[in-house]
Write a protein that binds this ligand. Structure first.
Ligand code: SDX
Length: 381
């Protein structure tokens, strides 16, 4: 026992696993100096030159697709968007008070019972499963929104590309060219991001050789938290709380004095500006211009300046994502589900990479509790 205690106390705890490399990955690299690469391609180039479906192909197959490969993936995605009737009925049955992320978490888990593929282990079957999830997660989100707002469900059609299809199913009307480009870029920018918490959760689950649906269910539950993807919804509540640019300074100072975190700011990895921010800022500005909500955009710029002045921290992906989705007509509580609908491509790719690595992810801990407490029978406690 003494020997065990010595080993235990020698253990170094890396709080929050900060800077701990838990595995090798080829999927994305988050450079702390402010660059993001998917499979070696700088995100700045991808967001300008390729569509989201190409990014999905890149992430799932490790290379950019040819025209034929892209067409094939796109038609697979569209045909996989349809949900089993049982899932639609189940979505109808949830209390109106449930958060869309709760519904999404439950329905991703539920979907596993309707997976048509009898092969649970081969890489090809898992890639088919990944495509199924990438296609169906946005439909779950859209179906929930349509049902909650008493609007007719919209059937998928092969008229549109995948991201605009998502908006079409969600809002029930085709996106115009600027909206189409905005949602495409939004989804590209959210597709993957190293070993973020939800991806890590998915990989831990996959490391036990559990199935892809279980891994993605864990990821959805992890993304939901406000320190992760749940922040974008909270950004909007903050913007709602602040009425004018003149109030920003006092509001932010009040938050900092109360030791509260400013939602949409700070990052575990980046020491410089999050490279996704400049793109989302630009998308948000254009959309706000069109929707006459430039007041919100200007408020964001003011908040960004004040927070940087006071804390030297930058906005992360969730900050301008919030204003972007708001301008696309997405209700606040659906912001994180839109993030999940894009990140599901990264999650599934990481699950497949983890299966290949074939090692159980199981860290250690330093026990700081007591030893040898005398046992007291229940009647004497
Ligand atoms: C995402 O990991 C990923 O890659 C995630 C993500 C992805 O694509 O998957 O990029 C998406 O999750 C973005 C993050 C969304 N979350 C938020 O916006 C919530 C607000 N931000 C934070 O609470 C915080 O910045 C985290 C959680 C994002 C990062 O936390 P860390 O790395 O543990 O940093 P920390 O809390 O230890 O902060 C370090 C310092 C502290 O100051 P000091 O004590 O050193 O003076 O920075 C301060 C913090 O107080 N700080 C903030 C702050 N973020 C950091 N202060 C006020 N408001 C903030 N938002």
């Amino acid at each position: 026992m003494i020997q065990h205690m010595i080993n235990n106390h020698d253990k170094v705890v890396t709080r929050g696993l900060r800077d701990v490399a838990a595995a090798e990955t080829k999927i994305s690299f988050v450079d702390p100096l402010g660059t993001l690469y998917y499979l070696g391609y700088n995100i700045d180039a991808l967001v300008e030159h390729v569509c989201y479906e190409e990014v999905v192909y890149l992430i799932l197959y490790g290379k950019l697709p040819t025209k034929n490969e892209l067409d094939e993936l796109r038609s697979q995605l569209i045909s996989e968007m349809q949900l089993p009737e049982a899932i639609v009925n189940s979505i109808k049955s949830f209390p109106l008070t449930s958060h869309p992320m709760e519904v999404l978490r439950t329905e991703v888990s539920h979907l596993s019972m309707y997976d048509p593929d009898p092969d649970y282990t081969s890489e090809q079957a898992n890639r088919r499963r990944a495509i199924r999830l990438v296609a169906k997660v946005p439909t779950i989100v859209s179906t929930l929104h349509r049902l909650r707002t008493n609007q007719q469900l919209v059937a998928p059609s092969d008229e549109f590309g995948f991201p605009e299809h998502f908006l079409y199913l969600f809002r029930g009307k085709p996106a115009d060219s600027e909206e189409k480009e905005s949602i495409d870029r939004f989804m590209t920018l959210h597709a993957d991001h190293g070993f973020n918490a939800s991806t890590f959760a998915a990989r831990v689950t996959a490391s036990t050789n559990s199935d892809m649906y279980s891994a993605v269910t864990c990821a959805v539950g992890t993304l939901k938290g406000p320190l992760h993807g749940g922040a974008s919804e909270k950004v909007m509540y903050m913007l709602d709380d602040i009425n004018t640019e003149a109030e920003v300074e006092d509001y932010i100072q009040g938050m900092l004095d109360d030791q509260k975190k400013i939602m949409g700011f700070g990052h575990r990895v980046y020491r410089a500006e999050d490279p996704r921010t400049k793109h989302l800022r630009e998308i948000a500005e254009n959309l706000c211009h069109r929707t006459n909500t430039l007041n919100l955009y200007n408020l964001c710029i003011r908040i960004e300046n004040v927070v940087h002045e006071k804390k030297k921290i930058f906005p992360n992906v969730d900050f301008y994502a919030a204003v972007t989705l708001n301008a696309l007509g997405v209700p606040f509580e659906f912001f994180t589900p839109f993030f999940a609908s894009s990140r599901v491509s990264g999650w599934t790719a990481h699950v497949m990479e983890q299966y290949k690595d074939a090692v159980l992810l199981r860290p250690s801990s330093r026990y700081v509790g007591e030893y040898g407490r005398p046992f007291v029978p229940i009647e004497k406690r």
